[in-house]
Design a protein around this ligand. Structure first.
Ligand SMILES: [Zn+2]
Length: 266
């Protein structure tokens, strides 16, 4: 038999059913958005200059997709360290959170810089955060068929050890069978990434990881995402501002020894 073209040699479609979807846009409480820009304002008030800072976007175990708050960890004096946002740092911060609060992403400010995009360093940080939050945000997103070449069927108590040498996968069943479809659960997780600036601009992405439980096949992807603001009833009060000012003073410090390469550390 001759094929007209290679496209005719397509493998049969593998079965897949969708179980859940990962967020395609970022839902954020008005409160959280206001808090992020308030931090920028407070940095200007407290230090009389713009500083870059980073924090975490927070959700709850009940509503992990919604950003309800912004968590401010102690920002490093040394921005060289800050660029390599490590999982230990994130874990340290996670431990300070109430039990029902989870990290669902990270946010940082480019301050007054005209660089209004994620940098290469930011791209590395996305993956560190995704890796850390994946476990708490993971959900079964699909059941997908695994194509197994040379699947061998054996019946319990009816084979000898040498029979196990054949094929790529052996399926041992209690009754004789001749065909089987094996479908694995695909777990998906995500993390939000938001970058903001003093002038009120913001850009954001969602990073995804999908992992097949049996095949171990992992895919990473990302997309630009819109922010959908929602009203959670929580408003920013004068008391909140005063508490946040204290936090800014305590956790964000001017970098006294800035590296030469500005772009590198964003
Ligand atoms: Zn950046």
């Amino acid at each position: 038999m001759r094929f007209k073209s290679l496209s005719e040699l397509k493998r049969p479609e593998l079965r897949e059913i969708s179980l859940a979807t990962l967020p395609q846009s970022i839902t954020m409480a008005h409160y959280a958005r206001e808090k992020a820009f308030r931090i920028n304002q407070l940095v200007l008030t407290v230090y009389e200059k713009s500083l870059e800072w980073y924090g975490f976007t927070l959700g709850t175990t009940g509503k992990p997709d919604l950003i309800t708050d912004i968590g401010l960890p102690r920002n490093d004096l040394n921005l060289q360290d800050y660029t390599t946002l490590g999982s230990e740092r994130i874990a340290e911060f996670q431990e300070t959170l109430p039990e029902d609060t989870i990290i669902n992403g990270w946010i940082h400010s480019h301050g007054a810089l005209m660089y209004r995009h994620f940098s290469n360093t930011d791209e590395k940080n996305h993956l560190v955060v995704l890796d850390f939050v994946a476990a708490s945000l993971r959900r079964p997103v699909a059941k997908r068929e695994i194509a197994i070449k040379d699947l061998v069927f054996l019946q319990e108590d009816q084979f000898v050890e040498e029979d196990l040498a054949a094929g790529s996968v052996c399926l041992i069943t209690d009754v004789p069978i001749t065909a089987a479809t094996i479908m694995e659960t695909i777990y998906g997780s995500f993390c939000y990434a938001i970058v903001i600036g003093d002038e009120g601009w913001h850009e954001q992405q969602i990073h995804y990881r999908e992992n097949g439980v049996l095949s171990g096949h992992t895919t990473l992807s990302s997309r630009k995402a819109e922010i959908i603001l929602v009203d959670t009833g929580k408003v920013f009060t004068r008391l909140d501002i005063s508490a946040l000012r204290d936090e800014v003073e305590e956790k964000i410090q001017p970098n006294t020894n800035p590296p030469v390469e500005m772009m590198e550390r964003m």
